[in-house]
Design a protein. Structure first.
Length: 266
């Protein structure tokens, strides 16, 4: 990986430094180092089990690394600096750093007993401390943006899968994140509904300067929205480049084999 590529577009914003993650004897991430620049959109591709989703879960603090460090905008995520040395971070420190990150999951995970607008406003009110009026005004704006301005009072069960995922996107944006993580957000949808969601995300990519990490098998979408693509295999990055480079002229045999299999399936 070149020094310029590793540094990202606008300086390091997310930095993984020699990160290890194991589940029992299974090594998921192996001494992994990479960085993402501020405002950069990076897509992680590779076979199942290669560590892509684990990276997102580490950033969301849904699982902890077994070694190495992770930084978000110069702040360590799982460590703090005290007296010139790194020590394990307090829960308060982890929550503070993690509050700048949000994630749209593969499965929608909406609160079934809450109407759409309340699903979007729950975190801004109870986590960020926004007033109900402020949160609802922003929630309406976001739901309008994702094409659901007429569904404010619907329950999730009254929506299609694509509509539920668009609510999930609005909910993620409602906490005003610096980093948006997208984990196979269309894999549970049929092609028509997936296209609705991807169109929303394309618009979002065009109109926001958020840092974004995406895990997807939708290669056309990855080509459209990414500044960089990282190819993973067995817990490591084996190729890193622009979408044009990775999709048109991959250098690694494993990348070529993977892309052929994904394109054949689509």
């Amino acid at each position: 990986m070149s020094e310029a590529t590793a540094a990202g577009r606008n300086g390091d914003f997310i930095v993984f430094d020699k990160v290890d993650k194991r589940f029992g004897r299974n090594v998921v991430l192996d001494d992994l180092s990479f960085s993402v620049g501020s405002g950069e959109r990076v897509t992680l591709i590779g076979p199942s089990g290669s560590g892509k989703t684990t990276i997102l879960r580490l950033l969301m603090t849904l699982t902890k690394p077994d070694g190495g460090t992770i930084k978000v905008d110069r702040d360590y995520l799982y460590h703090e600096e005290r007296d010139g040395r790194l020590v394990p971070a307090s829960e308060g420190h982890i929550r503070k750093v993690r509050s700048r990150i949000t994630m749209v999951f593969q499965h929608f995970n909406l609160f079934p007993n809450m109407r759409v607008l309340r699903n979007v406003t729950e975190a801004p009110i109870h986590v960020l401390g926004k007033s109900k009026d402020e949160a609802e005004a922003r929630g309406r704006e976001l739901l309008e943006m994702v094409g659901l301005g007429d569904k404010l009072n619907a329950y999730p069960s009254q929506l299609s899968g694509g509509q539920q995922q668009r609510v999930g996107i609005a909910r993620a944006l409602a906490v005003d994140p610096d980093v948006l993580l997208l984990d196979e957000v269309t894999s549970a949808l049929d092609p028509e509904l997936a296209a609705e969601v991807l169109d929303v995300l394309r618009d979002l990519a065009r109109t926001t300067d958020m840092t974004m990490l995406l895990v997807t098998h939708a290669m056309k979408f990855a080509r459209d929205v990414s500044h960089r693509v990282l190819m993973f295999n067995e817990g490591n990055i084996i190729e890193d480049g622009t979408p044009e480079k990775i999709f048109n002229e991959p250098e690694n045999d494993r990348t070529r084999t993977f892309l052929r299999s994904v394109i054949d399936e689509s």
